[in-house]
Design a protein around this ligand. Structure first.
Ligand SMILES: Nc1ncnc2c1ncn2[C@@H]1O[C@H](COP(=O)(O)OP(=O)(O)OP(=O)(O)O)[C@@H](O)[C@H]1O
Ligand SMILES: [Mg+2]
Length: 504
């Protein structure tokens, strides 16, 4: 069979789920020794295509051709054995095992002990140390995975893929939780793999990142392959245009909210844990969008988790409408009408085996309690459908299991969950992570609308344009300290960066 020099080809691949045509006759060619990016709106079919290549889904029709030969995988083991590995968008490590056990799971090194074969722990340990050292990853072989930060878990998955010595490595949003430094490191690893002839298929919503690392870019829309382009022939605007099917000249809606009186006041707040935030003071006004900027590790998440009662504080005060409050648990926080949309949907967010609807009304069951403690199903359904529509959640119905939604659409459901609690103070931790450019615009619109209704919105974001695009004021943190509070309209990306790296 002539494979025209391509390492991997898909021909006319289709895949449907109940109510969704996820892939609609996709054909694409991938070369060895290249970084091939895949980009498209939430629910466009990127992860589904990759799961077909990795033997997780069986395509309904079409062919996968690896090195000129038609292949068929019944499961991921077979894909791995053929030289394809994948880093998932939703990380799936086993929490109560060590990092090295997660790394070599299913292929533990063995040694003979008379007639029996035992796991060779020493070799496993040495191999792990060598691998981490080679990849310059700062992870200990015996740490429990449960104790690793999300970014370390992501690094672990990357190490695992590299250790398989695959010809094809699929990375589904590998940088979503990595620090800047780790992203640079990952790019180093990717370039090295490429020079060794590996094909890296790279999925991301970060266009700048794609333009920096990819050789080729394939764009998907509504389950179809729109086109493949050389990265150097593309620009951010062109990519957006191909993705959305139209120009998106403004990435931010006009911020027409006008801040009023102070609602939330935080003074000298200090974390109970010694390496976290320290002496943090700020206030947020009615109708204000208050951005929090900084680099990963600035303790922004820790700060808002304390405001939400998830982490203890050692000192300082919190006032709401002039009255001092103590917030020791999320229940206290909810009673004070504070809501928190978390950064990590996988860990603290969704309940995979429950429906979109259940996941959406979860934080607000009281509102739907009808007579005899039964849920007011109709009211619930109405609100849920309204939010599905407003946020353009791509789902066949409100009864679909949330785990069957694409990553970005799961994030939108989480966002809706907290909108339904009708909070006065809405805290958003990286609200648009994993969300495509078009849907981001909808989320900004909703945030601005909430502010116009007089809510306080606190938004942590690592994306400078987003911080500058929607915030009235921006507080910048570095190493757990506030390094500045800036007027959104008057500041610049450079100034924020400078403050974000002040103690480094
Ligand atoms: N196991 C499944 N069961 C039912 N529907 C599914 C399943 N997996 C994916 N889908 C649906 O197929 C469509 C494509 O999803 P996919 O996860 O491939 O999107 P994506 O391009 O990766 O999006 P994102 O950028 O949000 O991750 C979506 O409408 C999704 O809801
Ligand atoms: Mg996906």
């Amino acid at each position: 069979m002539n494979n025209e020099g391509y390492l991997l080809q898909v021909k006319n691949l289709s895949k449907s789920f109940p109510g969704v045509r996820a892939l609609n006759g996709v054909s694409a060619d991938f070369s060895a020794g290249s970084v091939h990016a895949l980009i498209g709106e939430n629910g466009a079919g990127k992860s589904t295509l990759m799961k077909c290549l990795f033997g997780i889904y069986e395509p309904d029709s079409g062919e996968i051709i690896l090195e000129g030969k038609k292949v068929h995988f019944n499961n991921s083991r077979e894909a791995l054995d053929s030289g394809i590995s994948m880093i998932h968008q939703e990380l799936l490590p086993i929490p109560f095992r060590s990092t090295m056990e997660n790394l070599w799971l299913g292929r533990f090194p063995k040694r003979r002990f008379g007639p029996i074969r035992l796991i060779d722990h020493k070799k496993m340990y040495d191999d792990t140390v060598a691998l981490f050292k080679d990849l310059e990853m700062d992870i200990l072989p015996k740490t429990w995975v449960r104790e690793l930060s999300v970014s370390k878990v992501q690094s672990l998955e990357i190490a695992k893929a590299v250790s398989q010595k695959s010809k094809v490595i699929i990375m589904d949003e590998p940088t979503s939780s990595l620090t800047e430094h780790e992203v640079t490191q990952l790019f180093g690893i990717i370039r090295r793999l490429r020079s060794e002839g590996v094909l890296i298929i790279y999925i991301s919503h970060k266009i700048e990142e794609i333009l920096a690392i990819a050789d080729m870019v394939s764009i998907m829309r509504d389950g179809a392959h729109v086109g493949t382009y050389r990265s150097k022939d593309l620009t951010t605007d062109k990519i957006i245009q191909y993705m959305v099917g139209r120009d998106l000249t403004n990435r931010f809606p006009p911020a027409t909210n006008i801040p009023g009186a102070v609602v939330l006041e935080v003074t000298h707040l200090t974390s109970a844990s010694s390496h976290s935030f320290n002496d943090v003071s700020f206030n947020v006004r009615k109708g204000e969008i208050f951005g929090i900027g900084g680099l990963v590790g600035a303790q922004r998440t820790e700060l808002v988790e304390s405001l939400f009662g998830l982490r203890p504080v050692a000192g300082g005060q919190i006032f709401i409408n002039g009255r001092e409050v103590t917030i020791k648990s999320p229940t206290h926080a909810k009673n004070h009408k504070i809501a928190l949309v978390t950064e990590e949907r996988r860990v603290t967010g969704i309940i995979p085996m429950r429906s979109v609807k259940d996941n959406m009304i979860l934080a607000n069951l009281k509102k739907y309690a009808g007579s005899f403690g039964l849920l007011d199903e109709q009211q619930g359904e109405r609100d849920v459908l309204e939010n599905i529509k407003a946020l353009k959640v791509k789902t066949p119905s409100s009864r679909t299991l949330i785990r069957d939604l694409s990553g970005g659409n799961q994030q939108k459901v989480l966002f809706a969950r907290w909108l339904l609690t009708e909070p006065e103070i809405l805290i958003l931790d990286e609200p648009t992570r994993g969300i495509d450019v078009g849907a981001k615009f909808e989320i900004y619109n909703i945030i601005i609308d909430l502010a116009k209704q007089g809510k306080c919105v606190i938004m942590i974001s690592s994306e400078m344009p987003e911080l500058l695009g929607v915030s009235n004021r921006i507080m910048v943190m570095c190493g757990g300290k506030v390094t500045g509070i800036l007027e959104g309209k008057e500041t610049t990306q450079e100034e924020i960066m400078r403050l974000a790296a002040k103690f480094m």
